[in-house]
Design a protein around this ligand. Structure first.
Ligand code: C2O
Ligand code: CU
Ligand code: CU
Length: 522
């Protein structure tokens, strides 16, 4: 089936459901032209009655409370939560919530997080964007298994080396993840990273924010407190009984990894959640707000825009403050990426509604994200200074070597797989060895949309093909949008720790279907 046929099918399915469930009356403007989707996956359709957009208030994830200074305990467990009003959904959440509790980290304050697993499946927890020693980095085969349960790794989806018993380690009940937090203020997040099953486990809810703060950033007059808001944007689909839909080959997530063939490119849902609520609304005053945008979706890319002439003033990227603010009318955000922006509502009078839309959406539902309703006139002392931080120069000449990594779909005996340099992931087999303290150019090439993420090391985008970086490439990053047939050069600095790390595509279905590799820092 061609991509075009598939899109037509998806559209028919959407219209069919809309007519059949009263969705048409739910406030969706149907009939708007479908964009030729820049789709990075296949969209599942919900069968539950969905709420009118912009009626559910935006929740803010709870802030994790330390059990003692520098120590947290999070329990991964199943819980029923009301996501779609009038129905409940079983989530697998840290402390039973989705998104999980926000970890408030302070630069220089070493923090230990004990993750207890009470789920029927093993887990591995990764702090995305963290400069973390490798034994706490959430390696895919370094697993926490609920107390009293046993887990026998199966051959995995490709039978490539997963059998090697040496790569598997098991912790019974819980594991302590140690985060030195020797890194600048930034919006990070944590999520499950289990071998072959990351995508379905994150889809069920195993993800949350981790915000690093520091004195340098605190000294700036940026919006703070209640006007500093994390926004976890993701898509999901719901079955008639309110449960999450996901096309797993084995819904127990114990034996056979992978998704139905039609979803090989990635799984998208038709409901957009922000902080776990469908198309929510936030009441704001006439002031500046700092919004920490995270794309926590498995596969969906968004191009976010604001209606009413509001702008995004970007102040930070994946790894914290930019050198200077950059104004955007549109932001493309790919899975795993963060943009830290300030939106100024002071020019709008109470009663004004500003909608954040996704102009890459393939349907009215997926073009809607959330709404801001200006309700009060308030005082605001915040501002965005013209200089934000000192960043190292992106000097290509500093690189000791150039390595090329090609992200591509490859035919193997066991079927199609997503690969790096033609090879499916084999845990424990590094494909690059780099020296601690050096800088390299990593060149990413691709056949499709691949959001490429590197653990531990941060990078700056040097250019895309013969062009320089785009406005949205600014700053220090850990995840970069690599588009079909594009060549993206990044300057990576390997600071932090020696050891075994990973880089991979952050389309989580691609990741599970082997688009990952180890590298070693020596
Ligand atoms: Cu957010 Cu290795 O991932
Ligand atoms: Cu990561
Ligand atoms: Cu990919």
């Amino acid at each position: 089936m061609s991509a075009q046929d598939r899109r037509a099918l998806t559209r028919r399915a959407f219209l069919g459901v809309a007519a059949g469930t009263g969705l048409a009356g739910a406030g969706w403007a149907l009939g708007a032209a479908l964009l030729p989707a820049e789709a990075a996956g296949e969209t599942l359709t919900s069968a539950v009655r969905l709420p009118r957009p912009y009626t559910v208030p935006l929740p803010i994830p709870p802030v994790a409370r330390p059990v003692e200074p520098g120590r947290y305990e999070l329990t991964q467990r199943a819980a029923r939560v009301e996501i779609i009003p009038g129905t409940t959904t079983e989530v697998w959440g840290f402390d039973g919530v989705f998104p999980g509790p926000t970890l408030e980290l302070r630069r220089g304050s070493r923090t230990t997080v004990r993750v207890r697993n009470e789920l029927p499946v093993p887990t591995s927890t990764h702090l995305h964007g963290g400069v973390t020693p490798d034994d706490s980095d959430g390696y895919p085969t370094d697993l926490v298994v609920a107390e009293g349960r046993t887990f026998q790794p199966s051959g995995g989806m490709h039978g490539h080396g997963h059998h090697d018993p040496a790569v598997w380690t098991f912790h019974s009940g819980a594991k302590d993840y140690v985060y030195p937090v020797e890194q600048r203020a930034a919006t990070l997040w944590y999520h499950d990273h289990r071998m072959d099953f990351t995508a379905p486990q994150v889809w069920r809810g195993l993800a949350g924010f981790a915000i690093v703060r520091d004195d340098e950033e605190d000294a700036l007059p940026l919006p703070k407190g209640e006007r500093d808001i994390p926004l976890f944007i993701c898509d999901r689909a719901f079955a008639e009984d309110g449960s999450f839909r996901y096309p797993s080959l084995d819904p127990t997530l114990l034996e056979r990894p992978g998704v139905e063939d039609a979803y090989m490119e990635g799984v998208q849902g038709d409901v957009i959640l922000v902080n776990g609520a469908p198309w929510p609304v936030l009441e704001v005053g006439t002031a500046r707000y700092r919004l920490r945008l995270l794309n926590g979706s498995n596969a969906r890319r968004y191009r976010l825009e604001l209606t009413g002439g509001a702008r995004f003033v970007q102040i930070g990227s994946d790894q914290g403050l930019l050198a200077e603010p950059v104004e955007h009318t549109a932001l493309t955000i790919v899975p795993g990426e963060r943009f830290d922006v300030v939106v100024d509502f002071s020019g709008f009078s109470p009663g004004t509604e500003i909608t954040m839309v996704n102009t890459l959406g393939e349907s009215p539902q997926t073009r809607a994200v959330m709404r801001f309703r200006v309700t009060s006139r308030v005082r605001d002392d915040s501002r965005v200074p013209p200089r934000l931080a000192e960043l190292p120069p992106a000097d290509r000449a500093a690189a000791v070597t150039v390595r090329t990594f090609d992200f591509r779909r490859t035919r193997h005996d066991s079927g199609d797989m997503w690969t790096i340099n033609g090879e499916p992931y084999t845990p424990g087999r590094p494909i690059a060895e780099v020296r601690l303290g050096t800088t390299e150019v990593w060149r990413f090439t691709s056949d499709f949309h691949h959001p490429v993420h590197v653990h531990l090391a941060h990078f700056q985008v040097l250019g895309r093909g013969t062009r320089g970086p785009e406005a949205t490439d600014a700053g220090l990053k850990d995840t970069v949008d690599v588009r079909p047939y594009e060549i993206v050069d990044v300057l990576v600095r390997f600071d932090g720790y020696r050891g075994r790390y990973m880089f991979h595509c952050h389309n989580l279905e691609h990741e599970d279907m082997a688009m990952m590799a180890d590298f070693r820092i020596v």
